[in-house]
Design a protein around this ligand. Sequence first.
Ligand SMILES: Nc1ncnc2c1ncn2[C@@H]1O[C@H](COP(=O)(O)OP(=O)(O)OP(=O)(O)O)[C@@H](O)[C@H]1O
Ligand SMILES: [Mg+2]
Length: 232
Amino acid sequence: MSDPVVRAVGLGKEYPLPEGRLRVFGGLDLELASGDVAAIMGVSGVGKTTLLNLLGALDRPSEGTVYLDGEDLYAKNGRELARTRNRKIGFVFQFYHLLPEFTAAENIALPLMIGGEGKDAALARAHRLLDGVGLADKARLRPSQLSGGEQQRIALARALAREPKLLLADEPTGNLDWKTGENILRLLLDLQSRTGLTAVIVTHSENVAKYCGKVFMMERGELKRIEPPARS
Ligand SMILES: Nc1ncnc2c1ncn2[C@@H]1O[C@H](COP(=O)(O)OP(=O)(O)OP(=O)(O)O)[C@@H](O)[C@H]1O
Ligand SMILES: [Mg+2]
């Protein structure tokens, strides 16, 4: 069997509070192989975004670590961590985080340009990605001119722009009607089968979880693998 793409070992996170500390979870293990598409479910406030941030090198754990492609993420210094994040991880944030002063196409092209691609090539690729999420006609609009669901699709296209090894998506279909959400999932699964993309999708929706090969439930500081809901 090939080495896991992601391996979290004894992962834990505490946040300092005005009084004491909040232990969100601890001693958490998770292993995903190339091509795994995993859903993480669980009630609001249980720690799903916290976990995603740790898998995506956006925060540092209080205990344990994460191996990405065999590399210990948290043995790295801040600069090395940022480099790995840019090269290997695509992130769709719960609240999109698009840059308001740039158009949809520019938002997608920017990470490519930061990665060293020329402007024309980056914009051409951005247009192809926009087409892939069904928004070819919105390329020139700014985030404030787009609906929530459209912004979410732009955020997904941006996360995929650099062909990450690992895609982390925090409720990527949360604001979409089910038909649009399903199209987005099909896009992801198509990428997964063509490129071996590994994805972790935080979702409240059983409809989304149905599409995922592995489903985990986060509950009171623990992550349990559960049976995927049956596809109807
Ligand atoms: N920066 C922070 N400082 C202190 N506490 C935090 C911080 N970020 C999150 N928390 C707390 O950690 C817990 C887990 O938060 P998290 O955002 O991971 O939940 P979630 O499962 O993603 O919830 P939702 O489904 O509502 O997005 C919550 O109780 C939250 O209040
Ligand atoms: Mg969250």
